[in-house]
Design a binder for this molecule. Structure first.
Ligand code: PRX
Length: 632
């Protein structure tokens, strides 16, 4: 299945261009199906409806687990590395993982979970999280993993949006020298989640927690006397596999829905090709399973390929900034996939943390989540890869399910700061503001995809109209990513960042609307506007322009209160870095905040702010600039 040379790469591109459906059908044949599909593709971007491999029946865990048992049952499927460097690692072979998944599937079934039920997982990075994900998939329950850094409010909103029937959590989670009290956060969330019938709690940190009778059950107890066999549920190709929430530019987070067959085919295909995975390679993706990268490239892609996937519970800087490199040396990692924000943060700690370790096992490096600047790219290439490892700069999104634009490691050209080219099978294009496709090189515009791909999101849970409006209405007939893109003179793609009101901070997508509504909860706040500005480590920092009823005399206190409110409503991943208390915000006559101007001011530009003639009150801008100068 793997493309092994530049010739094969071009051939694959041609095959796809000539007969796109055949191209994907060939990939699909490699999997175990209970019933073959009747139709490869049925699509209509005008109504945002896409179906792949209709009529087919399968189970993704049969393909992740059972398929490998005969020949590779003893191969390690998950190698888990604890937060505490002195705690023993856990290795789960494919056989053992299969067993655990079957057992937990039966636990869920015994508690009344059926095909189609939604289950929320709010867990630390422990093997049981992967087991729970796969158990849901095995019995046809739809998993909704909520990142364990989210607040009680974010958790209950997500549970309620998908009317989840059960919550799987743990007493707590280790992260560096801290413990996240997951069960008590969950308890707070569960006060307002009427759909939850029961909660399963894994013992991990041994923290003191409350267990509610008839609602809360210990994972370890439930797993004791349960049947070890579980036949996988026969799923239709288009049955929902999971929901994963992502921030939107307006309103509440969107429950992105992925379905079974297409997601399976594309995650394996992209995993093997982009990383050039070869049998017995040890692969480590440092993401959290709470994000799409963890779903597609810690769990599904690698397991479908029969790989050994490393799962790390901790953080890059605990006990010190050499932790990643220590893990690479000790385990002889071959393929390493991380985020630019981690690269920048570790670079800033100094090379002595890297040079202590032998990183010669590394063959391929990857990055994801935000644009990587040239400096960070060079450091990664020189210091981590020792100038011999190709870097794959992989552009994709929660909504795309898998990597869309990237070089294939060592196969086609790489270039610092460029994601380079769409994978064979992906028709990406750049359009101008009116939606006209810009086919020439050396242009900049908005990044779209004009033909369906198997792992694309199918809808937003419970709100197909929002799905259509968000992705298919701006440029009819095309999927619009929300990103800007530059194509250089060789036709290589460089992602320039979001063009909507989503800000990527340390690789996390944050919606301005969510943060602003948390700030507006403060009793002294009338209105606020959040924008991003360049930040050395985080990529973007958050800058808040705030109008108060009474302008604060001492900023520190209110700044802290506001950040606490954001932590409460969104989670500790979002924090404002710079505050400015202003008398007014620049608004158009229709009442829209002109963020373009605020973005410039936040990044230190106070002249040439562009056209301000459409503002209701252009004098507001001058006042803000005066505030900025006074504040320095
Ligand atoms: O702006 C792009 C940025 O991350 C966004 C998607 O975020 P999320 O859904 O959280 O998924 C992140 C992991 C796939 C994109 O719209 N992004 C992702 N990868 C890159 C990137 N920006 C530049 N270069 C990348 N390689």
């Amino acid at each position: 299945m793997r493309i092994k040379s530049l010739e094969e790469y071009h051939l694959e591109k041609e095959n796809f261009e000539e007969k796109p459906e055949n191209f994907w059908e060939e990939k699909a044949k490699k999997f175990v199906w209970y019933r073959k599909w009747d139709e490869v593709l049925n699509w209509d971007f005008k109504s945002a409806n896409v179906e792949w491999f209709k009529g087919g029946k399968l189970n993704i865990t049969e393909n992740c687990l059972d398929r490998h048992l005969k020949n590779n049952g003893d191969r390690i499927a998950i190698k888990w590395i604890a937060n505490n460097p002195n705690e023993k690692n856990i290795e789960l072979s494919y056989k053992e993982l299969h067993l655990q998944v079957c057992k937990f599937s039966n636990v869920l079934k015994s508690k009344g979970i059926n095909k189609g039920d939604r289950i929320c997982l709010y867990m630390p990075m422990v093997p049981e999280l992967a087991i729970a994900v796969l158990a849901c998939a095995r019995i046809g329950a739809i998993h909704s993993v909520v990142f364990a850094g989210f607040s009680a409010k974010s958790l209950s909103d997500r549970i309620n949006d998908a009317t989840c029937k059960a919550l799987i959590t743990s007493d707590g989670g280790f992260r560096g020298d801290k413990i996240t009290p997951l069960k008590s956060i969950a308890d707070e969330a569960l006060r307002s989640t009427p759909s939850i019938e029961f909660c399963i709690v894994l013992e991990r940190t041994k923290s003191t927690i409350d267990m509610k009778d008839n609602r809360d059950f210990w994972w370890q107890d439930e797993m004791k006397n349960v049947n070890i066999n579980c036949t996988p549920e026969e799923m239709n190709s288009e049955d929902k596999l999971f929901i994963l929430y992502t921030s939107g530019s307006t309103g509440k987070p969107k429950g992105i829905v992925h379905t079974t067959a297409g997601y399976m085919i594309y995650t394996q295909y992209s995993f093997e090709n982009v990383f050039q995975y070869q049998e017995n390679d040890l692969y480590w993706c440092t993401a959290d399973i709470g994000w799409i990268t963890g779903h597609s490239y810690i769990i599904y892609g690698p397991l479908l390929a029969g790989a050994t996937t490393v799962m790390f519970e901790g953080v890059p800087t605990y006990p010190d900034a050499g932790r990643f490199w220590k893990i690479v040396e000790e385990n002889k990692i071959n393929i390493f996939y991380t985020a630019p924000t981690a690269i920048r943060a570790l670079e800033a700690k100094g090379n002595e943390y890297v040079r202590k370790y032998n990183l010669s096992s590394l063959k391929v490096l990857g990055t994801v989540g935000e644009p990587i600047n040239e400096d960070a790219w060079n450091w990664y290439y020189n210091e981590i890869g020792n100038k011999k490892c190709p870097i794959v700069d992989t552009w994709w999104q929660t909504e795309t399910g898998g990597i869309m634009i990237s070089n294939l490691a060592g196969i086609n050209k790489e270039k610092a700061t460029f994601a380079t080219l769409p994978l064979p099978g992906i028709k990406a294009c750049i359009v101008d503001d009116k939606g006209a496709e810009l086919e020439q090189n050396n242009i900049e515009g908005k990044l779209c995809v004009k033909y369906p791909w198997p792992s694309m999101a199918r809808t937003i849970y419970g709100d197909h109209q929002r799905y259509f409006n968000t992705y298919f209405s701006a440029f009819p007939g095309k999927y619009f990513s929300g990103d800007g893109c530059f194509k250089n003179e060789e036709g290589l793609f460089r992602i320039t960042g979001r063009v909507d009101d989503v800000i990527i901070v340390s690789g996390h997508n944050l919606g301005t609307a969510e943060i602003e509504s948390a700030i507006d909860e403060h009793q002294n706040v009338c209105e606020s506007a959040i924008v991003g500005y360049p930040h050395n480590i985080k990529g973007n920092g958050l800058f808040a322009f705030i109008i108060c009823h009474q302008k604060p005399k001492k900023d520190d206190e209110i700044n802290l209160e506001i950040n606490n409110l954001i932590t409460k409503h969104v989670g500790p991943i979002a924090k404002v870095d710079s505050f400015l208390y202003v008398d007014g915000l620049p608004k158009t006559r229709s009442g829209k905040i002109m963020r373009r101007i605020l973005r410039k001011i936040a990044s230190g530009i106070t002249e040439d702010l562009g056209d301000t003639s459409t503002l209701l009150d252009p004098a507001v801008v001058e006042k803000i600039i005066t505030e900025v100068k006074n504040n320095k």
